[in-house]
Design a protein around this ligand. Structure first.
Ligand SMILES: Nc1ncnc2c1ncn2[C@@H]1O[C@H](COP(=O)(O)OP(=O)(O)OP(=O)(O)O)[C@@H](O)[C@H]1O
Ligand code: SF4
Ligand SMILES: [Mg+2]
Length: 394
C-alpha cells in the first residue's frame, strides 16, 4: 500500500504539512548560512584548480524544496569551462542544463531553489576565484553582465516591448559604465549594433522590438549581452526559436564575437547539430548528472555512454535513409524520488551485472574523455562517485 501511494505521487495532508515545515526550516538555515558567508570575503574567495579555466563546477548540487518534496535538479555535477573555449551542454528536457547555468549566475528562484553542496568557482583572472554559492548579491551584481552574461531562448520575451532598442542597450552600458556621458553611451550602443551585424543601426536604435524580426531581436539580445565584453557568455538555447537559416547566422555571429572578445561560451542546447558545429568540449547531462564529457570529437565520434549513443542514433543524418529514427525507450525517473542505482538503467539496453549496484562512478577513458558507466569499470581510471547531499541531515 505504501509503495502504491509513493508511485502514484500521492501525498497525505500530514505529509504535505511535514514537507512544508521541513522546507521552511531548511531554506531559512541555508539563507542564513549564505548571508553569514557573504559578510566575509574570505568565505566566498577560493582558488581555481586550474587557472586556465574560467569556471569550475565541482560536485555542484542544486535542489528545489517544492511542495511535493525535494527536487534534485542538479546533483553532483563536475565540469570545467576552459578559457576561450566553447562548451556545449546537452541532454533532454528537464535534465538540469538551465538550472546549472542559473546556479552560476545566482538567478535561482530563491528561497525554494538552493545550491546545497559543492563549489562553483569563477576565475577572477589572478588565479583566485569567487565561490559563487556564497558570493553576496552586491558582488554578484558586478559579476553579472560585466563578467558573465546570458542570452536566452526567446528574444521577444527577453526584450521589453515598451522601450526602444536604443534605450534598452544604452541602459545596460550606463549601468556598467556609470561615468560615461549620454553621447558616449549612444556611440557605444551604435558600435555594438554594428558589431552584431545590424545594417541600419541608426534606424534600429529608434525602433521598438515588435518592428524587428526574430533573428534581428536575437542580435539585439547578443549586443546587450556583450555590451561589457564578458569573460563568459551563457547561451541557453539561443537559436531554438529561430528558423534554420537564421540559426546558422546567429551561431556564426556568436562564434566570431567570442573570438573578438576573447570570451568563453557555455552553449546549452538539446540540438546536437548546433553543438557539433560550435563546441570544443561537450558535456552530456541526464537526470541532473553529467553522464559523459569530452572533446567534441570524443562525444561525436567515440560516444561511450549508452544514453549518448542513443542520442546520436536518434539524430537524422543527411544522406542516410532510415524507416524510422531511433527512439530511446522509457522515461526519465521522477526527480523527487531518484533510484539509488544508475538513473539510466531502466532504459538501458547494455546493462551488465554491476549495473545492479550503486550509481556508477566517473571513469576516465582517455586524457579528455570521461564517462559514468559500469561498462568501462575495468578498462578506465576510476575518478569517483557523485556526492549527493542528504538534506534530511542538514
Ligand atoms: N523553480 C523550480 N521549482 C521546482 N523544480 C524546478 C524549478 N526549476 C526547475 N526545476 C526542475 O529542475 C529540473 C531541471 O530543470 P531545467 O530547467 O534545468 O531543465 P533543462 O535541462 O534546462 O530543460 P529544457 O531543455 O526543457 O530547458 C526539472 O526537473 C525541473 O522540473
Ligand atoms: S551503468 Fe549500466 S545501466 Fe547504467 S548506462 Fe552503463 S550499462 Fe547502462
Ligand atoms: Mg532549459
Amino acid at each position: 500500500m505504501a509503495d502504491q501511494k509513493k508511485s502514484s505521487a500521492f501525498i497525505t495532508a500530514g505529509e504535505s504539512r511535514r514537507i512544508t515545515k521541513f522546507n521552511r526550516r531548511i531554506t531559512r538555515k541555508l539563507e542564513n548560512a549564505r548571508a553569514d558567508a557573504g559578510r566575509d570575503p574570505a568565505l566566498y574567495t577560493t582558488v581555481m584548480k586550474d587557472p586556465d579555466n574560467v569556471v569550475e563546477f565541482d560536485n555542484v548540487c542544486t535542489y528545489f524544496f517544492s511542495d511535493v518534496g525535494t527536487v534534485k535538479a542538479v546533483d553532483g555535477v563536475n565540469f570545467s569551462i576552459p578559457k576561450h573555449a566553447t562548451v556545449g551542454v546537452v541532454g533532454e528536457s528537464g535534465c538540469g542544463k538551465s538550472v546549472t547555468s542559473l546556479s552560476l549566475m545566482q538567478l535561482l528562484q530563491r528561497p525554494s531553489g538552493q545550491v546545497v553542496g559543492g563549489e562553483i568557482r569563477f576565475n577572477k583572472g589572478d588565479g583566485t576565484a569567487y565561490n559563487i554559492a556564497n558570493t553576496p548579491n552586491s558582488v554578484m551584481e558586478h559579476i553579472r553582465g560585466n563578467k558573465i552574461s546570458m542570452i536566452f531562448q526567446e528574444p521577444m520575451t527577453s526584450l521589453n516591448p515598451v522601450f526602444k532598442i536604443g534605450a534598452q542597450v544604452d541602459e545596460v552600458t550606463k549601468l556598467h559604465f556609470p561615468d560615461m556621458d549620454d553621447e558616449a553611451v549612444k556611440a557605444r550602443t551604435l558600435e555594438m549594433l554594428d558589431l552584431v551585424g545590424i545594417a541600419n543601426k541608426e534606424g534600429v536604435y529608434n525602433m521598438y522590438p515588435h518592428e524587428l524580426s526574430g533573428g534581428m531581436r536575437q542580435r539585439i539580445c547578443i549586443a546587450i549581452a556583450l555590451a561589457c565584453s564578458p569573460t563568459l557568455i551563457i547561451a541557453d538555447e539561443p537559436t531554438t526559436a529561430l528558423d534554420v537559416t537564421i540559426q546558422a547566422q546567429i551561431l556564426d555571429l556568436l562564434q566570431s564575437l567570442k573570438d573578438k572578445l576573447n570570451s568563453s561560451i557555455m552553449l546549452i542546447t538539446h540540438d546536437l547539430g548546433v553543438v557539433a558545429g560550435m563546441a570544443d568540449y561537450v558535456v552530456v547531462m541526464y537526470a541532473g548528472r553529467v553522464v559523459e564529457k569530452g572533446t567534441a570529437d570524443d562525444i561525436f565520434h567515440h560516444p561511450a555512454h549508452p544514453y549518448t549513443i542513443g542520442l546520436m542514433a536518434s539524430k537524422p543524418v543527411v544522406g542516410r535513409k532510415v524507416e524510422k529514427l531511433y527512439n530511446i525507450p522509457g522515461n526519465v525517473p521522477n526527480p523527487v524520488d531518484m533510484p539509488n542505482y544508475c538513473y539510466f538503467r531502466d532504459r538501458c539496453e547494455s546493462q551488465c551485472e554491476r549495473c545492479h549496484g550503486l550509481y556508477p562512478p566517473e571513469i576516465k577513458i582517455s586524457d579528455t574523455h570521461y564517462v559514468s558507466c559500469y561498462r568501462f569499470y575495468d578498462e578506465g581510471e576510476l575518478i569517483g562517485y557523485p556526492k549527493s547531499v542528504n538534506v534530511e541531515e542538514m
